[in-house]
Design a binder for this molecule. Structure first.
Ligand code: BDR
Ligand code: CA
Length: 323
């Protein structure tokens, strides 16, 4: 893709198997201006370690900064039962060889958004860093080209109704969704795109897709095939038999929504985050009413992905880094 066509992205992530693939996709099809880590799937020291490993594996020349080590209000809660204790169980990965570039990821986000217009923020973990940055620098939402996040949906995976990234830090997520609400003074101009579970569960790492990955030559493809085996193993163990063919490869869809928007269908909806409900904290409340009194949309909700075409794009990305 010619450089002039490449969107400029800042990835905010908690790697995590699917975050690792999001980094690969972003590096292949966009200009990645930085990677910031957040506590989520595993504690911050591990998500940071894993981001450095991925940067090395694909030879990406971009800074990595660590961000917030715990949610704004909620207690720290992780997902080792999905991603393993390392966050990237399933492959023999090398130790990082390049150093961390900084430990104040929130300031890095603020400085980077202020010094370069037209940047996309792509969060694939809990929204603690982005929410904190928006609160500290209220000019930020209006400076970015948009936010494309993985999170939320009309059903849950950490509770009946809450998806992990939103459930892990609902207060931070509420700051981000509110920043795009047209009724908020000074609300953001660019879109807020939500790759929620409704669309990410259409994008599964089937056995066939794992073998297609394994067939790509090189260290990265071999590592990802091992990661997919592990990730799919935990998904299949945790679901009813026949419910899924493999793990849902959530996070790269937040990247592809920016770099390959034609892969998706969407609807524009008003979405708020429930922060207090005893049974509903972390829910994304999507207003589906046909009543004219509903609030104006603040969110582009992805509803469908062409999964085969999207996986071909992911294979293309992996192939670009096969050595
Ligand atoms: C989200 O939670 C994490 O386990 C994944 O990395 C993804 O970002 C899916 O609910
Ligand atoms: Ca993630």
């Amino acid at each position: 893709m010619p450089d002039r066509d490449r969107r400029r992205l800042l990835i905010d992530c908690d790697p995590g198997h699917d975050d690792a693939v999001a980094i690969v996709a972003a590096a292949a099809f966009a200009e990645v201006v930085g990677i910031v880590t957040v506590a989520g799937n595993v504690p911050l020291d591990r998500t940071t370690h894993n981001a450095l490993v991925m940067r090395d594996l694909i030879g990406l020349d971009t800074p990595v900064h660590s961000g917030c080590s715990r949610p704004l209000v909620a207690p720290p809660r992780h997902a080792g039962f999905v991603h393993g204790e390392s966050g990237l169980d399933g492959a023999e990965l090398p130790e990082p060889t390049t150093p961390l570039d900084g430990t104040d990821g929130v300031e890095f986000i603020i400085d980077t958004c202020r010094s370069s217009e037209g940047l996309w923020l792509v969060p694939t973990g809990p929204l603690t860093n982005i929410g904190t940055a928006f609160r500290r620098a209220p000019d930020l939402p209006d400076r970015v080209a948009g936010v494309s996040l993985m999170g939320g949906g009309s059903f849950g995976n950490r509770s009946a109704i809450a998806e992990f990234n939103i459930w892990a830090d609902p207060e931070a997520a509420a700051i981000v969704f509110d920043a795009f609400d047209p009724s908020t003074p000074g609300s953001a101009a660019g879109p807020l795109i939500m790759a929620g579970l409704d669309v990410t569960h259409q994008f599964q790492v089937t056995p066939e897709r794992i073998e297609m990955t394994r067939a790509v030559p090189g260290q990265l493809a071999a590592a990802l095939a091992g990661l997919f085996d592990f990730f799919t193993g935990t998904y299949l163990k945790r679901h009813d038999e026949g419910a899924l063919w493999g793990a849902a490869l959530h996070d790269p869809l937040a990247v592809l929504a920016v770099t390959h928007p034609d892969l998706f269908d969407h609807v524009d909806r008003h979405v708020v985050v429930e922060t207090r409900g005893e049974h509903t904290a972390g829910m994304t409340v999507i207003d589906e009413r046909r009543l004219l009194e509903r609030s104006d949309p603040n969110c582009r909700v992805l509803t469908h992905v062409d999964a085969d075409a999207a996986f071909a794009v992911i294979l293309d990305a992996i192939t670009q880094f096969s050595t």
